[in-house]
Ligand binder design. Sequence first.
Ligand code: TRP
Ligand code: ZN
Length: 886
Amino acid sequence: MAENPVQIAEAAPEKRLIDYRPPAFLVDTVDLIFDLDPEATSVRATMSIRRNPAHGDATAPLVLDGEDLTLNAVMLDGAALDAEAYGLTAHGLTIPDLPDEFTLDTDVTIAPARNTELSGLYVSGGDFFTQCEAEGFRRITFFPDRPDVMARFSATLIAEQKRYPVLLSNGNPVDRGTRDDGRHWVKWQDPHPKPSYLFALVAGDLLSVHDEFITASGRKVALGIYVRRGDEDKVAHAMASLKRSMRWDEEVFGLEYDLDIFNIAAVGDFNMGAMENKGLNIFNTALVLARPDTATDADYLRIDRVIAHEYFHNWTGDRVTCRDWFQLSLKEGLTVFRDQEYGADTTDASLSRIEEVKRLRGFQFREDAGPLAHPVRPPAYRKIDNFYTATVYEKGAEVVRMIRTIIGREAFRRGMDIYIARNDNSAATIEDFVAAMHEASGYDFARFMRWYKQAGTPSVHFEGHYDSGAKRYMLTLRQETKATPGQAQKEPFVIPVAMGLIGPNGDEMTTTLAGETAAREGTRVVLLDAAEQQFIFEDVAAEPVLSLFRNFSAPIRLSGYSRAQLAALAAHDTDGFNRWEAGHEYATQMLLEAISAHQRGEAFSPDRGLLDAMASALAQAEAAPALTAEILTLPGKAVLADRMAVVDPLSIHVVREAARTAIGAHLHGRFAMLYRDLDDSSTFGIDPASIGRRALRNTALAYLMAADKKTAMPLALAQLRAGRTMTEALAALAMLADTATPERDAGLAEFHAKWQGEALVIDKWFAIQARSAAPDTIARVESLASHPDFDLKNPNRYRSLVGGFGSNQLWVHDASGAGYAFMTRMIVDVDKVNRSIAARMIEVFADWKRYDAARQAKLRAALDRILATEGLSDNTREMVTRSRAG
Ligand code: TRP
Ligand code: ZN
């Protein structure tokens, strides 16, 4: 490799978990007065502050974080401080020589209309919104902006009444009034102490939809969802989800809502999905608004989950918060686990699990295998915004799930009660959570904690040996985890293996595991906690097929199955997840072999077993349409790439398409019939049955297209034009977009014309083209970047085009390097307006080591080019630096 000419300058200092120190000062109350104006908003803060004895140094100065603030005045106990009495830098305000208790008043000016970072107070569509997690509050006013400083907040919002009739903040409105100058004001008081990252305000011309919820103990909660004019017909789904979530948390975790008001506001410019601000959740419009003709079934399901997720944060995040940002998974892993459980209880449990595991494998396994790998609790970071990752969220949820699998449901629920009771209204650590689980179960988590400390996905290999004379089955499990950045050696993980034994006739066997007192049927959990371990089963009547890691009981990669065993499991396993998993693994192995054959120049020949499996899956189409659609869907390109030593995007594409064509041709009659039979214009429902029918019908159409474009193209175009639901329209549009045909051009033009006023639908229009397999994709994506509807400043639009193209394995990795050039330019451009969005896009380049030498050189060069950009943000710099170090 050539010498690297780029100088690595790290602007943001590294923060380390081991350096944690309690804050020098605590803030008991903070009263804020906002005089709202897009260009110059005045923020006055009155804080009652006292020294924190836990800090240790009683002479420490007060350090307040602050960023992009214009300081007008500081007063200590009512007396103005002059400039010599404090130190002011680009990062904050330091005041030495302070008494043990005092009141501090500050007065700053900020410019929300110029805040393109969308962190702090900003303007979207002319209205005001905030985003304070993780470190946005310091962009609103000077404050110890760290989650272990919890204060009681009040906020008085003053704004022009006509333009901003709605004024919202956390807690309850306690006072309001109007002034003669056309301005009005509302004062909000939040009775619960909270860290600054949970502060929120919303001010604007919004419409609201209201409902109410009666809690288990009979208190009435007023619910409101605030949206822009014209969107009020798209909130019914979110409202229903909210009420379902509130009930579920009462029933399953005994957790009741704790305020009289719960509001949600939707905003079109937002860096992430949604935010759990106490009593005032703020949502990306994409995760609230849904109408059958504008949102897909997948959108409906995602909205339901995210509404639940943010609501569940009220206890796991808000009432019990994080001591520091290293503990991020304490709230995020646990809350994702809770939203997964909600999904399992309120929709199809196997299907939800399948979706979760696909997500984990697609994003987290990849992260864990590359230069960005980090433990669920990272030991160090430069910009915390870069650690809102699949590892912290999704793997964190798996770790919580493993705790429950190991100690059992009842002990887990007791552990949750202890965790909440013990840490209520305080800032906790992962140790606090695990200690509660220990207390509830007696289980010693000392070695289990490795899941929080070690990065990397363990590989588990199994071997079975059956002794027919002794009726004994011996299972050997071995685990190994590859080195990750900064962690060369790995200790063995404690891995819960939920498993069963399937007999020759497909029945669940009754067996005795050495050490158990009685024979058992069905799923049992064994623990693999060494590098290698044996498990001996007695009374095993015949040679079994093992069903391992049922319902995906641990986030590991499993190997050891033969094709025949996978086929048997796919047909007979009693565990719904593992039935799908076995078929998926079978298809993955078959495709990987076909890719190798293709690379050797051999022609594709379809695998009989796969065709048979697809045909028998179709036999259940009536009974389980959604699961059938899932089984009929071949493993995604990312899954295949993940399993290859050197990723070959073109071969992956060619072989996967050839397999789809073969399946489509083999089962053409069945798919054609299904496509006709599932055509009902019955009213739209988001019940599992209706969703399943639409999914299966779209799958059938996709196979008809794969088999014969000429005859299927008119069907796709007709389905698009009928536009009954977005699920149907978008699936058809995606199929058309994969071709370079006049039908594609007509379909895209009509769709755009029809949905001009609906930003979220136009986002889909961009994304579909960015993800296309059509040969002219790169050129089209380049021209879309100068389309009048493209807006670099809007994260949804940017992600649709640039993020969408970034996940287009075929074209972003095109051998010409044109895909990399496009991404590089778009990242450098957006870094100037929104660094956290730019930093997330670096993911595309992080896997450079997985490609051939020519692509590696181009990917490295692209990273170097980004790093050499003048004025590059700390966020993007950290991601590029970690990616290059690989
Ligand atoms: N806490 C949010 C969640 O529910 C995540 C989030 C929303 C966020 N907006 C953000 C994180 C901005 C960082 C920056 O998961
Ligand atoms: Zn969250």
